[in-house]
Design a protein around this ligand. Structure first.
Ligand SMILES: *Cc1c(COP(=O)(O)O)cnc(C)c1O
Length: 324
């Protein structure tokens, strides 16, 4: 058995590093949700995290470990949005310059927020250009340190602090549902669960249109797909990472998928019943639970609500039946 990229000690150390900078987000319950799911649900609400998503945890944990040289040089990343804002805000708090490579069609709210935190934005075409190659080239040319959105041990450990807090607040759980893009959140949370709630079954949740993680788990190797077309813009990743996949392979029980229509229904549920504004990607785990994609009857189930960054007009359009 080869060593995994992170161990529980890395998650615990990350939690110390982000203390005072990140919010300890609330764990909410809802008897309406419990009735729908037929289980006892605990929602870890990262839509209330700083900059609106769990990504702040990993970004802050990564930049706080920069050497003085790296701090002086600055940080660069490529992202569909939330990681960009997380890097921009963390960099600002830690006094480091940030350059962000973003898709041209990234939601306006995410572009504006990134610029608002002082990040320099460089656009690319997500359907024709390779963002990773562009990011690496710019990093080399400008002496910046690249922090990718998921495939980095410091990012993974930081994301795992969300599950650490959930177990500390809710106690041991039978199951934990986590949304899946590139697997930073899922791998970190799995490592936390393995230590703090042994026996907790971990389920990853992907958009139906982009089930590369499910295919990877089934085939035993990282499967690459074309950029999936889904409203879950935070999970439009084409493949899991070299660091995240082995953790997922070892600790995750299964990966299930939900449709865009199910995500919209879940956005409506959160808004109308729990008074929560959750972005489409943030609804993945809850959609799997509310639609009972896995047998959860009578169980204590953790659900990571990963983020709340959605344009108000897009939110209104989605919940009122539009397609944008
Ligand atoms: C990035 C992101 C995800 C996916 O996280 P990974 O670590 O890439 O798997 C899910 N939800 C939201 C809101 C995100 O920003």
């Amino acid at each position: 058995m080869t060593a995994l990229a992170i161990a529980y000690g890395d998650v615990a150390a990350a939690h110390e590093r982000i203390r005072g900078a990140a919010h300890r987000t609330p764990v909410l319950t809802s008897s309406t949700a419990d009735a729908l799911a037929g289980a006892q649900l605990f929602f870890k609400c990262e839509n209330f995290q700083r900059m609106g998503a769990f990504k702040f945890r990993g970004a802050y944990n990564a930049i706080s470990q920069f050497t003085p040289e790296q701090r002086a040089g600055g940080v660069i990343t490529f992202s569909s949005g939330n990681h960009a804002q997380a890097i921009a805000l963390s960099a600002k708090l830690l006094g480091v310059k940030a350059v962000i490579v973003m898709p041209q069609d990234a939601p306006a709210i995410k572009v504006e927020a990134t610029r608002g935190y002082g990040g320099e934005v460089i656009f690319y075409d997500r359907y024709t250009e390779d963002r990773e190659a562009l990011g690496r080239r710019l990093a080399e040319e400008r002496g910046l340190t690249l922090i990718p959105p998921y495939d980095h041990p410091h990012v993974m450990a930081g994301q795992g602090t969300a599950a650490k807090e959930l177990f500390e607040d809710a106690g041991p759980l039978d199951m934990l549902f986590v949304c899946l893009g590139g697997g930073g959140l899922l791998s970190g949370c799995s490592v936390a669960a393995h230590e703090l709630s042994p026996g907790c079954a971990i389920v990853g949740v992907e958009p139906e249109a982009g089930n590369d993680g499910q295919q990877s788990l089934q085939s035993g190797a990282i499967v690459h797909i074309d950029t999936p077309r889904t409203i879950a813009d935070g999970a439009q990743t084409q493949h899991l990472g070299n660091h995240t996949f082995p953790v997922i392979q070892q600790l995750v029980r299964e990966i299930v998928t939900v449709s865009d229509a199910e995500l919209v229904e879940t956005m409506k549920f959160f808004a109308s019943r729990m008074k929560l504004v959750v972005e489409p990607t943030g609804c993945l785990a809850a959609a799997a639970v509310l639609n009972r994609k896995v047998d959860i009857a009578g169980k204590r189930v953790g659900v990571i609500v990963s983020g709340g960054n959605v344009d108000l007009l897009r939110f209104a359009s989605l919940v009122s039946g539009g397609q944008s």
